[in-house]
Design a protein around this ligand. Structure first.
Ligand code: FES
Length: 623
């Protein structure tokens, strides 16, 4: 059987295979937030001709069904078919994406007043060549020479020894030996190079960011980023864990992330005329699930009570083991994790924020695909993951999407006419709403009286933008001959749940350490969201605490910043390990008090208005 696309392409499909699986097999990826379970409603395609068995229509509206829209994951063709894939359903992965660069990382490193001490050290040795009289083996000869230089107890792996004989002779017995912790010999080079390279990698659930640095002087040479190709198999860590436990899932996920990193590196090294084999060290920072998948470990138990990962502190393994296309012997350091839902990305974040060095009490928030919070200072650190979910990246929201071309990112609603004005990324036709657009939408609808404190639509307003759909009431933000963009009451409920989880997490963590919001001196916001989050509006909806604006600092991608610091310095790696050791993880999902805090935070901005004095004042003035 065949699938014909309106673009002219024809693909084969097997009996019993879903459209989503068949398209995936041909490297055509659709947005599949729920991983093909028929729940998210994102894998919409239009059936133009041909018969199919349709198992479920999930979240599709009757008028969409009437116009031939089906869910690709729930559609099983029984004859040749013709389909059209709408732009909003296409998943673009593998492309290099523009992300805002983190702060000047070199400046950050210099501000720490620590010296450069990378993972790899070098020693030059002149080895007396063998003769008939002096005929000890190559390894014994090398050992003797380095011990004479005062370096004792060096270990040598099988991999190192397999190329030793040739390397020594090629270098005419004058060699530069690279070694790492242990000490352990890792490779031999003929030349002493001034330029030495390393990469710091942030493996996010949604994006992957690579910084190439000269580790001799600390300069950042270039940056590359792409969507994590694992999003083909679902948006959040839970969907990925489930996928990893099915058939070849773990290998597929692992290959996806490793080839993303390899593919990002190729154009960077070519541009700067660097040999990829000269990259001599790597630091990886990611949440616990991403770190497990990168190293090929089954993350299944991260999801099951009592939520135990295989490991939190990763040994120093080699690039060859990780299947990275650089020098196979290069060491790969993984920023330590704390628990199943507090990973190396958060440890790296705390390291980059420097909150663990100051006496002031800081609140660190990483709002990305999930939401993690750390509160503390140079004496103590408590942390929690608050299961906010990836709704601000579009998951679970009917017309939600990531902040890419075509996403509505800002909204204003006229308080008299209720007509919205939209700001769209790329100034293109809108195709969906991203996280900042959602926060704007809720704020505007709340302030103009379109929705009440519970996020319910107010009845009887003089506008036909509020209308009834099969899922209940919705607000129409945009309409053209092909698409309507709405926020439904169910979407609003999902956004309120996400923001309530974040606020409740902060509230409960503070109570656990007997502090109040007034004790917080500084709020650090990290993660993709951190780059374009409007603090005022995030306070109005009750996602961020109502604190003076000058207390908030945006740090961008602190996961890659922390990885970069670890790439350059022994002290930084030690500090990362101390942070991971010091952090007390509070498991919120089993806490009754978390449920109480969460229920109170489900309102706009909160049931207790005393916690949001500036919003209370704003609402009074409006009235
Ligand atoms: S509904 Fe098809 S992937 Fe989610």
């Amino acid at each position: 059987m065949h699938i014909k696309l309106t673009t002219g392409k024809t693909l084969d499909i097997s009996e019993g295979e879903s459209l989503l699986q068949a398209l995936k097999r041909h490297d055509l990826y659709l947005v599949a937030s729920c991983g093909g379970k028929g729940i998210c409603g994102k894998c919409r395609i239009r059936l133009i001709e041909g018969k199919s068995r349709i198992e479920s229509t999930g979240k599709l509206e009757p008028r969409e069904i009437d116009s031939g829209i089906v869910l690709a994951c729930q559609t099983f063709p029984s004859e040749d078919i013709i389909i059209d894939i709408p732009k909003e359903s296409r998943l673009v992965v593998g492309d290099i994406i523009e992300i805002s660069r983190s702060r000047d990382l070199f400046e950050l490193f210099k501000s720490l007043d620590t010296k450069i001490s990378p993972l790899v050290r070098w020693i030059s040795v002149d080895i007396p060549p063998p003769t008939i009289q002096n005929n000890i083996g190559d390894l014994e000869r090398l050992k003797k020479a380095i011990e004479e230089k005062g370096l004792k107890g060096m270990r040598f792996s099988h991999g190192f020894l397999s190329s030793l004989a040739k390397s020594l002779r090629d270098a005419d017995w004058k060699v530069n030996l690279a070694y790492t912790y242990g000490p352990e010999a890792i490779f031999i080079s003929r030349h002493e190079s001034k330029d030495r390279y390393g990469i710091a990698v942030d493996i996010g659930t949604t994006t992957i960011v690579v910084y190439l640095a000269n580790i001799a002087d600390g300069r950042v040479i270039d940056v590359g980023s792409t969507y994590n190709s694992q999003i083909r198999h679902g948006d959040d860590v839970i969907t990925r864990i489930i996928y990893a436990t099915e058939g070849e899932g773990l290998n597929e996920l692992r290959e996806a992330v490793v080839s993303d990193i390899n593919n990002l590196l190729i154009p960077i090294v070519e541009k700067h005329d660097i040999k990829i084999g000269d990259i001599e060290s790597v630091v990886i920072s990611g949440n616990t699930t991403m770190s497990h998948i990168f190293w090929g470990f089954n993350p299944a138990y991260i999801r099951e009570e009592p939520y135990i990962p295989t490991l939190n502190i990763f040994p120093l393994w080699r690039a060859g083991t990780a299947k990275l296309n650089i020098n196979a012997q290069s060491p790969v350091y993984t920023v330590p994790c704390v628990a199943s839902y507090i990973g190396g990305d958060i440890v790296a974040g705390v390291l980059a924020s420097k909150m663990h060095k100051n006496s002031e009490i800081a609140l660190f928030m990483d709002i990305g695909t999930n939401g993690e919070i750390v509160i503390g200072n140079n004496e103590w650190l408590v942390t929690a993951a608050c299961s906010a979910g990836p709704c601000f990246e579009g998951s679970g929201i009917r017309h939600g999407m990531r902040a890419t071309e075509g996403a509505v990112e800002s909204i204003k609603i006229n308080p008299q006419t209720f007509e919205p004005t939209l700001g769209v990324i790329g100034n293109d036709k809108p195709i969906g709403i991203c996280g900042s657009g959602m926060i704007d939408a809720i704020t505007e609808m709340f302030l103009t009286g379109v929705i009440d404190q519970k996020g319910r639509f107010i009845k009887g307003l003089n506008t036909d933008r509020i209308r009834e759909s099969f899922e209940g009431p919705e607000f129409l933000f945009y309409s053209d001959d092909r698409t309507d963009i709405v926020l439904t009451e169910v979407d609003i409920e999902n956004i309120l749940r996400a923001k309530a989880a974040i606020y409740a997490g902060i509230s409960l963590l503070l109570k656990k350490v007997s502090f109040t919001l007034d004790d917080i001196d500084r709020v650090y916001i990290a993660g993709g969201f951190g780059n374009y989050l409007n603090v005022d509006k995030a306070i109005i909806i009750g996602m961020l605490p109502d604190l003076p604006k000058e207390k908030f600092r945006f740090l961008g991608n602190t996961s890659v910043a922390g990885a970069y610091l670890c790439l350059l310095s022994d002290n930084m790696r030690k500090e990362a390990e101390e942070i991971a050791h010091k952090m007390t993880n509070i498991e919120l999902s089993v806490s009754r008090r978390f449920m109480d805090e969460y229920m109170s935070a489900l309102f706009l901005p909160h049931t207790d208005m005393r916690l949001f004095p500036t919003v209370e004042k704003l609402l009074k003035n409006r009235k």
